[in-house]
Design a protein around this ligand. Sequence first.
Ligand code: SF4
Length: 222
Amino acid sequence: MVEVSRSQLLACDACPRLVALRGRVRSLHPDYHAAPVAPWGPKTARLLIVGLAPGMHGANRTGQPFTGDASGRFLFDSLYRAGFATAPRAENAELNGTRITNAVKCLPPGNRPLAAEIRNCSAYLTAEIGTLLGRRPRRSRVVLCLGRLAHEAVARVLPVVLNLSGPVPVPAFTHGRRTEIATHVYLVDTYHPSRQNTQTGRLTRTMLDAVLSDIRRIIDAP
Ligand code: SF4
């Protein structure tokens, strides 16, 4: 699996609609990152968290996934409690054995990437999951999907990552479900920590804590 450098990612212009939006955002907010957002966290991590795409005033502003907005605050609160981050606020935290990325690296209009944009960006996600799986094969590793679209983006690239000729039988997105997709490799689902989900009670802190506790058990298993 070919690893992609940060500079290669930053130069990507494969999605004309998103490249145009990056330009518009940059002229409105010259201090915003407004470019592809690279993964954050050590490449040796055994937990890879996959969101959908950068938020306008979150990662699209800061250049770091899940920082600077309400989704990031909700996620980091739970990551901290489960020992995957060193502080409850992303701005002050280091990630602990954890890496965070998005299926789509550029801000999409209305938080809704097109299917073609998810496809265009899948080579990066493939490389990131490949990195996770290539490390420490005797220890458990986890891909945590934040929401259905992230789950589907991950499921789509698994045959390439696992070097299989056919699709990998991955059950449909279900909050809290864990699936062993290869030996010692688990796919876990949670609702996305978006305001839409957290303010309506679809995703509570207790629910996200339970998912992360389950992942902690997987990661800590001998
Ligand atoms: S979304 Fe991904 S593939 Fe599309 S321009 Fe951004 S980095 Fe490139």
